[in-house]
Ligand binder design. Structure first.
Ligand code: ADP
Ligand code: MG
Length: 701
């Protein structure tokens, strides 16, 4: 593999050299010929089409014209200096502008001569023009050769300084392609290529850069996208199958005393059908002698906590310990309290461990964990501190998993010599395509039903000027005995201003809702944990009517009596965050409301976000819109997707290709689980080539 053409350092390509090689590496992570070949163009420009000047408008992409370049003159002074000229053809004129290289330009374009001008029309000073056009002399014989779709490559400021703009990159790739001919091995099994009538790998790479025509370009794209998805799926499915075959999982076949007495005496409500189904799935998994790696998705309020608890009781019934990890102190504390309540009277020993657990308590707790005196440990990431040792940890439940990094999760994994079962719970609905890609190695369970009697939350969108009306509405609800959340965004970069917003808001609310008739709580990240908890508990117990907070309350807090969620500066929140926040209300039987407050002037995206929130309560629908708006790289909890190695393929648009790739990946692994057959050797090589630059797949669980 080391002497493969594709692994040749890019430095050795004619036109590169050590200097540019450094730039290629630092700017684009291109080190080898193979990497350069994968620097796919982001678009192609049709150089077969010539526009005439009277057809040009600023919405057109790159265009090509031919005509004479007249009236060249230099305008302005010093820094504002620019050169302008008129491109003249039979239909009229178009302005050309240059801001750099003016001396070099003057006298370069001769009147009477015909030129080809290529560039992107824009509007400048109210006039349409092309800035810094690419200009070439018309040579009829070369026009014949121009008969191509010209690739456009992305570049960077630093690379441009080294001559590696789109055109520079094109030149390098144009030099490389002929050398690569015959040296790009097929990596898919021949049967796959022929049954799918795909371009060969080599042909696809040639065509993606310099396509013969549009239809071959499309086929090249399809092949490359397919391959990108296939690589991901192969990796994920392989990890999954290795886990299933090579790891012995704990066998939790007993359903005993603890589970049963909880079920018959303590469960405060009948389970929903979805909860029952999911518990069954998890039970089957944990009783199969295979290690469970399961993702439990369920919209906010769907009742995941009780499901987690019942699974932990199964672990206890099989003489194993279980732990539940939550992303925030507040949430861990709340889990602890509600689980303690649910377990009242049962012989299950539970404890809470957070960053604030006192050293003395901590010591006892550690000791109890090691000796097996504790059945269930609930906590924050304090749980993954190294000194925490379990006697026999059998099940790890991770709540709101997107808050934990891959690294943190894998630390928990290593808490036992034998890997415990892992249940990852999330309320952030993950669009199917993303779930398939990011969590393709996890089995999935979905709670797709809310407990009965819940009324759908009504969502409205108000502008800041309507605040008095909102206050009036809050008073009505409080008079009915309900409680209200008012949430402010807190975004690190402008922390000071954000706190000011929060404190101003708190003041104006305190004025509008004065004691003794009203009481207002406030919770934010800068408070001491003890104070935070105290304020939170006052609200939980119903002693305060209004909770003014930053997003600390976003995740998991459960106050069923709260019926109004007011979100200030809602335009600053992402869709999934808005949906999470809204999920804090609508937990009791009363009609609940979510009020989105924004300024007057909104961007198109913001409008769409608000409209989506008003239109639907369906978390999956919201996640789909979110994915379309932001792209997978930005989605909360999916930071990994940027590392997935997708260059051409798009998780939102290429769903059918993804599904197809998943099927083919499964077929390949069915036939050859360890990828040892000779026909898969090129595939394995490519997988390894990609591996180094990629996520640590084995640990995403
Ligand atoms: P989430 O899935 O968001 O974590 P929780 O587990 O906090 O949801 O449950 C939300 C609320 O619904 C809690 O008050 C819980 O007691 C209640 N709940 C859960 N399951 C049911 C059920 N089957 N019937 C009625 N209420 C339920
Ligand atoms: Mg929860």
């Amino acid at each position: 593999m080391a002497d493969s053409f594709l692994d040749t350092p890019v430095e050795f390509l004619k036109g590169v050299g050590p200097e540019r090689a450094k730039t290629l590496k630092s700017e684009f992570d291109i080190e080898t010929f193979g990497d350069l070949l994968k620097w796919y163009p982001y678009r192609h420009v049709d150089r077969t089409r010539f526009y005439s000047t009277n057809e040009i408008n600023a919405d057109l992409p790159y265009v090509q014209l031919r005509g004479q370049i007249l009236n060249f003159q230099i305008l302005g002074k010093s820094r504002g200096q620019r050169a302008v000229a008129q491109l003249t053809d039979k239909t009229g004129n178009l302005e050309l502008v240059w801001f750099q290289g003016l001396k070099w330009l003057s006298g370069k374009y001769l009147p009477g001569k015909e030129y080809i001008v290529f560039g992107k029309p824009t509007v400048y000073n109210g006039k349409i023009n092309i800035a810094h056009p690419e200009v070439t002399e018309v040579k009829e014989e070369e026009i014949q050769k121009l008969n191509v779709l010209q690739p456009m490559y992305s570049s960077s400021e630093k690379a441009r300084l080294k001559g590696l703009d789109s055109k520079g990159m094109m030149k390098l790739i144009r030099t490389l392609l002929p050398l690569a001919a015959g040296k790009i091995p097929e990596i898919l099994p021949q049967s796959t290529v022929s049954s799918l009538k795909m371009l060969s790998r080599e042909e696809a790479i040639m065509q993606i850069h310099f396509p013969t025509d549009t239809s071959l370009l499309r086929r090249a794209e399809a092949r490359i996208k397919f391959e990108e998805f296939l690589m991901i799926q192969l990796r994920l499915l392989r990890v999954k199958s290795i886990r299933k075959t090579d790891f012995q999982g704990f066998d939790f076949s007993v359903v005993g005393e603890k589970f049963n007495s909880f079920y018959s005496h303590n469960l405060p409500f009948p389970l929903t059908n979805a909860q029952k189904r999911v518990i069954k799935e998890i039970r089957a998994d944990m009783g199969s002698s295979k290690q469970m790696n399961r993702l439990l998705q369920g919209d906010v309020g769907s009742g995941k906590t009780v499901v987690a608890l019942m699974c932990m009781l199964i672990a206890n019934d099989n003489n194993f310990q279980a732990c539940l990890m939550a992303p925030t102190e507040i949430l861990a504390t709340q889990h602890f309290q509600s689980i303690r309540e649910l377990l009242r009277g049962l012989p299950v020993r539970i404890a809470l461990l957070t960053g604030n657990t006192k050293q003395s308590e901590r010591r006892i707790l550690h000791e109890d964990l090691r000796s097996g005196n504790l059945d269930i440990l609930i906590g924050t990431h304090a749980l993954i501190e190294d000194e925490v040792q379990f006697r026999n940890l059998g099940l790890i439940v991770i709540d709101e998993q997107h808050r934990f990094g891959v690294e943190q999760r894998s630390k928990l994994w290593r808490k036992n010599t034998n890997p415990p079962h892992v249940l990852v719970m999330t309320a952030t609905p993950i669009p199917r395509t993303l779930a398939m890609t990011l969590y393709g190695d996890l089995d999935t369970s979905v709670i797709d039903e809310l407990p009965p009697g819940r009324k759908p939350i009504k969502t409205v969108h108000f502008s800041d000027t309507q605040r008095l009306r909102v206050f009036g509405f809050m008073k009505e609800q409080i008079a009915l005995g309900r409680q209200v959340y008012v949430v402010y965004p807190l975004i690190q970069e402008s922390e000071k201003m954000d706190y000011k917003d929060l404190m101003d808001g708190y003041e104006s609310i305190s004025r509008a809702f004065p004691v003794p008739d009203y009481r207002v709580s406030i919770v934010h990240g800068k408070m001491k944990p003890g104070d935070k908890d105290f304020e939170m508990q006052r609200f939980v117990r119903g002693e305060t009517h209004i909770m003014v907070a930053t997003t600390v309350i976003e995740v998991g807090v459960n106050v069923p009596n709260a019926s109004v969620m007011v979100i200030e500066s809602a335009e600053r929140f992402g869709l999934s965050q808005l949906h999470q926040l809204r999920g804090r209300v609508g937990r009791g039987a009363d009609q609940s409301y979510c009020i989105l407050m924004t300024g007057h002037k909104l961007s198109k995206d913001t409008k769409l976000r608000m409209e989506t929130m008003v239109r639907t309560n369906d978390g999956f629908e919201i996640a789909e819109v979110d994915l379309k708006l932001r792209g997978p790289g930005d989605l909360e909890g999916t930071q990994q997707s940027g590392l997935l190695g997708l260059r051409l393929a798009d998780l939102t648009k290429d769903v059918s290709i993804l599904q197809h790739a998943r099927v083919v990946a499964a077929e390949i692994l069915d036939k050859d689980p360890k990828l040892q057959m000779p026909e898969h050797s090129a595939l394995v090589e490519e997988l390894q080539r990609e591996q180094s630059s990629s996520v640590n797949w084995g640990r995403i669980s």
